[in-house]
Design a protein around this ligand. Structure first.
Ligand SMILES: [Zn+2]
Length: 509
């Protein structure tokens, strides 16, 4: 474990929100563990211990603090220096928990021995994979107890405890209280409509919500997504249950407010984890900013708008489809095509306002007559091939262990080039270093003439090139691109589009 206690101590004493969730504080005198921002009176240094994960603090015998609620901190992520195996394992645990086979099955999927996986976890997170999974389950249960009015039986199932008895026992053991006693501690909130849930998800500041929405808004698929008055909304379908969610910012509390409307509360864990990924809530800005600031053009932009995130997606197939639709056309053109696709093939959805459709399933698009919406024949065939590959499991976007292998499968589809693959890696696989270097917008932003030149320059931004791409796109849309040689850049861009593998050159989106 490479926790620097001096850094932890400074963060604890100043209640620094930027460190929230990066480590946890065990207080020996009270036997509880806290976040760096805990409002309780500060304990003496000799009475505290620092842990790299909530699970490690729990394993050391501390109980979660009822004031700062460690379950509400931004997620633990794999920090710099953590081996790939650990970050992949964490991603799998957050996507699907520890499945039936437990640690053995997880290790097998990752291609390592289970003993080695345990050792790696202990070294980097201070807790075993099962302890990490158990803590996540417990934290989500606590969130449901505090933030919803779901009956306890449903809380038990939604948080993955399987039965009420095990759930009750686990909560009593950790909190020394029954679930109902914990719920009574929470100030009574106004009742929410049936099947509606409201959560607060923390991020580590800074967070550029406005800039993120400015990226999502022009790309919102009509009928499926919308951005209005600083709120993002979209329809969802999980395990046959349809609904929608909406996200808004509460800047003072460093949280996103999430309102979910769905008939089946068993999917809430999955939905919340997906939203966390979609809005990049685990990101650690302090770790990212260093590499971006060493480029003089990026530095200016980064200082003007610190904390821009890489938006993920709700569904990988949907994003990849959308990326293919956007090849070689403008963002606006791609959005209107996506709207037509959804109207023709998406299942109708009765909700509120402008959310009227679900995004079409791969099963539907696999044999769809896409020429009917005005899609060129080759592009239509690419989307059908993607849909078929997704149906057959040849291409998958969830539970991905090896992103490179996943992208290799994706580029086997005729019409899917490096640009599309890197864009999918950025937004559907959450690869922070993905970088669509053939993107015309990126070239234009820095006034460079070739993707090779751009790649050379981007070396310094590793492993955060996806964040750099977001800033560069932002510069282009804001009209603050570097240099005044627009005519020549335009000419270069046009040349590129023709000369390069035509699948590669595109403008994000
Ligand atoms: Zn606390």
């Amino acid at each position: 474990m490479d926790l620097d206690w001096r850094v932890c101590s400074r963060a604890r004493l100043s209640r620094d929100a930027r460190f929230d969730g990066k480590f946890f504080i065990g207080v020996i005198t009270s036997h509880v563990y806290c976040r760096s921002i805990c409002p309780a009176p500060t304990a003496k240094e000799e009475n505290v211990r620092y842990y790299p994960s909530a699970a490690a603090a729990a394993e050391a015998g501390f109980r979660p603090c009822l004031r700062c609620r460690p379950e509400c901190s931004p997620g633990t992520r794999a920090w710099i220096g953590t081996p790939n195996t650990v970050s992949r394992a964490l991603r799998l645990i957050s996507e699907c928990g520890l499945e039936a086979g437990g640690v053995e099955a997880l290790a097998e999927r990752l291609g390592v021995g289970s003993r080695r996986l345990r050792r790696l976890f202990l070294r980097h997170l201070g807790a075993t994979p099962s302890a990490v999974a158990q803590t996540r389950r417990l934290h989500f249960a606590k969130k449901l107890i505090d933030e919803t009015t779901l009956p306890m039986g449903q809380v038990a199932i939604a948080s993955g405890f399987g039965c009420v008895r095990r759930f009750n026992a686990a909560i009593r053991k950790v909190y020394h209280r029954t679930p109902s006693q914990i719920r009574r501690l929470v100030r009574q909130k106004s009742p929410t409509p049936e099947n509606e849930y409201f959560f607060r998800l923390r991020y580590r500041p800074p967070y550029q919500w406005g800039a993120l929405l400015a990226f999502l808004e022009p790309r919102a698929t009509p009928g499926v997504e919308e951005v209005t008055r600083a709120v993002y909304r979209r329809t969802i379908s999980v395990n046959g249950s349809h609904g929608y969610f909406e996200i808004s910012l509460d800047e003072a509390k460093h949280t996103l407010g999430v309102r979910v409307q769905l008939g089946d509360p068993r999917s809430l864990f999955f939905i919340i984890e997906r939203i966390r990924a979609m809005f990049d809530l685990n990101a650690d800005w302090a770790a990212i900013v260093g590499s971006l600031r060493c480029d003089h053009v990026l530095a200016k932009r980064v200082d003007a708008e610190p904390g821009l995130r890489v938006p993920g997606c709700w569904n990988g197939f949907e994003l990849a489809t959308r990326a293919i639709l956007g090849q070689q056309i403008t963002v606006k053109g791609a959005t209107s095509l996506a709207g037509r696709l959804v109207r023709a093939f998406g299942q109708p959805f009765n909700a509120t306002g402008n959310l009227t459709r679900l995004f079409p399933l791969p099963e539907v698009l696999a044999d769809a007559n896409l020429a009917s919406i005005g899609l060129p024949a080759a592009r239509a065939e690419t989307i059908r091939s993607l849909a078929r590959a997704t149906c057959s499991g040849q291409v998958r976007f969830e539970g991905v262990v090896d992103a490179d292998a996943c992208l290799a499968h994706l580029t086997e589809i005729p019409g899917v080039g490096q640009w599309t693959a890197q864009y999918v890696a950025m937004r559907a696989l959450g690869e922070p270093d993905a970088f669509p270097s053939g993107d015309l917008g990126l070239l234009r932003a820095l006034d460079v003439s070739s993707s090779r030149e751009l790649e050379r320059r981007a070396e310094a931004w590793r492993p955060w090139r996806a964040y750099a791409a977001m800033y560069l796109w932002r510069m282009v849309t804001e009209g603050k691109a570097h240099g005044g040689k627009h005519a020549s850049i335009k000419a270069k861009a046009a040349h590129l589009e023709r000369a390069q593998d035509h699948k590669q050159a595109s403008v994000a989106g």
